[in-house]
Design a protein around this ligand. Structure first.
Ligand SMILES: N[C@@H](CCC(=O)N[C@@H](CS)C(=O)NCC(=O)O)C(=O)O
Length: 211
């Protein structure tokens, strides 16, 4: 059984989508940030970086296995199930390339941009908004280029790389849309990809977990 520790944020929803795609039972443990539950000793024993998502595979060979970091969790679940990541070869590495691009680039830059441009209650910081906005604009151009060249991020099939980027792109095109402005314009391949990924029942279910 997979024990899934998560909250209502894009990084958590990547793993929620994967668990829904796999369709096997899992146990949900909401980590309520408003109650600072990410800092409890019980959660830190699973995720010492005090961030969601995290899982525990209670049936792992050799005993229960705790994993934090969304990219590691997606890779683990893909290899455990034999789905959404090729076992070897070029498509596997294209998938991992775009997974790491999301975890190390798109996610952190959108997160910083959202903080400074949308969420912060401090006086506006124009230098931070400009710096992170420019980098997000560049990354959106890279994403558009990839999706003009292939149907999905890893290639012609939907993979864990798409599951990683989709929840962040929902944030970019909803709560960040006004602040991003023209940086979202003229990106038809991204729009088409979002419609196709967003139409999947497991994606719709995962985006609502935890409720
Ligand atoms: N690189 C990590 C980032 C995880 C992350 O930033 N999680 C946020 C929510 S989206 C979190 O748990 N924040 C709680 C905190 O920082 O106290 C991953 O991909 O799993």
């Amino acid at each position: 059984m997979i024990e899934f520790h998560t909250w209502k944020t894009p990084n958590g929803r990547k793993v929620a989508i994967m668990l829904e795609e796999l369709g096997e039972p899992y146990k949900l443990h909401p980590v309520d940030f408003s109650q600072k539950q990410q800092f409890t000793p019980e959660f830190l024993a699973i995720s010492p970086n005090n961030k969601i998502p995290a899982i525990v595979d209670t049936d792992a060979a050799g005993g229960p296995l705790a994993i934090f970091e969304s990219g590691a969790i997606l890779t683990y679940l893909a290899e455990r199930s034999g789905r959404f990541l090729e076992p070897a070869g070029p498509v596997r590495f294209k998938t991992l390339e775009w997974l790491y691009w999301q975890v190390g680039g798109l996610g952190p830059m959108l997160g910083q941009f959202a903080y400074f441009a949308v969420m912060s209650k401090d006086p506006p910081n124009p230098a931070a908004i400009e710096r992170f906005g420019a980098e997000v604009g560049r990354l959106l151009g890279v994403l558009e280029g990839r999706l003009q060249a292939s149907a999905y991020l890893g290639g012609e099939q939907y993979t864990i790389a798409d599951m990683a980027s989709y929840p962040w792109m929902v944030g970019a095109t909803t709560m960040m849309a006004d602040a991003l402005g023209d940086r979202l314009a003229g990106k038809p391949a991204i729009q088409d990809w979002m419609a196709r990924v967003g139409a999947r029942p497991a994606v719709q279910a995962g985006m609502a977990i935890p409720a």
